[in-house]
Design a protein around this ligand. Structure first.
Ligand code: ZN
Length: 488
């Protein structure tokens, strides 16, 4: 058997001002994709599963990157063009596995994944089985579902099962190719658009939803079930929760089960409302907590959700309240360069952060001693993305009063202890760890955290959706419109 692997993975924040370009993404062609072997990533799962089964895998093209703004038409056409020509070169094959995100938006294509699979389908022909893997934050649309045969989506947030779900996709694709199953999908889209923090799968409404979804899978009623939380910061009609049930050639059962999950999600909607602590109070609470590390969660600057990572609201508060042994990472190429110019041991005065936009706090003037300078390269210890390398660019650690200020050249998602260990900071020994995240931090820091405070910081990751000028989402939608009604 021969399969083709490839994809484009981008979570698009439509209110972001940070450009998404071919240069801002990580791009791999042909055998370069095989670098993902053995890592906890969707593409890694595809490669490993194919190798273990003795499947001949042809790697085509893959691009991904941290969440940023809407790529323009030219960028999108280039990426999809590369993917399609990689696939065309690798044909003939028995099937294709596409590693996508599900919440990508491109200029002219609000449902970018639907357009990607449309173009791949054009090359592959109407009958070649195609499997797709998605992120839990996918804004799933019917147009994508209609064009593919198999879809699997992470069941976890933090996303610790990326490779496992991709292995499942390969398994279902192989069984489809062999004629053992005929996957039949039904999608339900209740008018629900929760913020990332409400989508954590370890507790609350999504834990309940996944319990029922896994029951459907275990009982054999469904082959696979997707509970996608959606991505609220994409202003597109598909934004929001998607319940996607796949049965073996039983469309009526797929519809019934998807509607059942939609009804269950709707009944849990009030548990999807999130309220956080005002920044000054949050910092005071973290300082006063007797044990550390306390996770101080900068929800408004949730890098994985498309924010710039240079938000300063909590830095300003930590300095003002004279926090001791607090660590914060801020992406600021200019400030990092100033530290490099001063050299290790040098004292610098520099305005830090708040440079990408005016939404995440103003630049904060700091005076600090340079403790460490490095290349900013490290490898995820996991569990999420275990084995995936990160390049933060030239990185400096400044000591400002009791605060360890890590200045990176490029933004990178927090949530992995190696980010701090790689710059000489032992996270267990810190009293406060600021994480610019919503939920992702729990993967790497959950086991050592003594307490967590979620700060209601302003910015593109704000839990108050009323702050965003939506124009294209479905209305009414909960929780933006509290009076929304729904029957499946
Ligand atoms: Zn996600």
């Amino acid at each position: 058997m021969r399969l083709i692997a490839g994809g484009i993975m981008h979570e698009t924040h439509t209110f972001s001002a940070e450009p998404t370009t071919v240069e801002s993404l990580n791009v791999a062609r042909g055998d370069e994709l095989l670098a993902f072997a053995g890592v906890n990533h969707s593409l890694g799962g595809v490669i490993d599963e194919c190798r273990e089964r003795g499947i001949d895998l042809a790697p085509a093209f893959f691009a991904d990157g941290v969440s940023t703004s809407v790529p323009d038409r030219q960028t999108f056409d280039f990426l999809v063009g590369e993917l399609c020509s990689g696939i065309a070169d690798a044909l003939p094959a028995d099937g294709i596995v596409l590693t996508l995100h599900g919440a990508m938006v491109a200029e002219d294509f609000p449902d970018a994944e639907a357009e990607i699979v449309r173009r791949v389908r054009e090359i592959a022909g109407p009958d070649l089985p195609i499997a797709v893997t998605l992120d839990l934050h996918a804004n799933i649309g019917q147009a994508m579902v209609d064009r593919v045969n198999v879809i699997t989506t992470y069941d976890t947030y933090p996303h610790v099962d990326a490779a496992e779900r991709a292995r499942e996709a390969v398994d279902l694709l192989v069984r489809t190719i062999q004629g053992e199953i005929r996957p039949t999908m039904a999608l339900a889209k209740p008018p629900l658009m929760p913020v990332p923090q409400a989508i954590a799968t370890g507790e609350g409404p999504f834990k309940t939803l996944f319990e029922r979804a896994h029951e459907m899978e275990r009982s054999g009623e469904a082959i696979t079930v997707t509970v996608a939380g959606g991505f609220a910061y994409a202003d597109v009609p598909e934004a929001g929760i998607g319940l996607l049930v796949t049965t073996d050639d039983d469309p009526a059962a797929a519809r019934r089960l998807a509607d059942e999950l939609a009804t269950l999600a709707w009944s849990l909607r009030h548990d999807m409302i999130v309220r956080n602590t005002p920044p000054a109070e949050a910092v005071a609470e973290a300082i006063a907590f007797p044990e550390g590390p306390v996770m101080l969660v900068d929800v408004g600057d949730n890098i994985g959700g498309g924010t710039p990572g240079d938000g300063t609201v909590l830095l300003a508060e930590l300095l003002a309240q004279d926090a001791r042994e607090a660590t914060i990472v801020i992406a600021d190429a200019e400030a990092a360069r100033a530290a490099f110019d001063a050299g290790v041991g040098g004292m610098i005065q520099v305005a830090v952060g708040g440079k990408t936009d005016r939404l995440h706090g103003d630049p904060v003037p700091v005076t600090g001693r340079v403790r460490l300078l490095c290349d900013g390269q490290w490898i995820h210890e996991g569990p999420e993305n275990a084995g995936v390398p990160v390049d933060m660019g030239p990185t400096a650690v400044l000591r400002c009063g009791g605060v360890n200020l890590v200045l990176t050249t490029r933004k990178s998602m927090p949530g992995d202890q190696q980010q701090l260990k790689s710059v000489g900071i032992d996270p267990v020994r810190q009293h406060i760890l600021v994480v610019k995240a919503a939920v992702r931090w729990r993967g790497g820091f959950g086991p050592i955290a003594k307490h967590a405070v979620y700060a209601d910081t302003p910015g593109l990751g704000s839990v108050d959706l009323q702050r965003f000028p939506y124009r294209h989402i479905r209305r009414p939608i909960f929780p933006l419109d509290l009076e929304t009604a729904f029957t499946p």
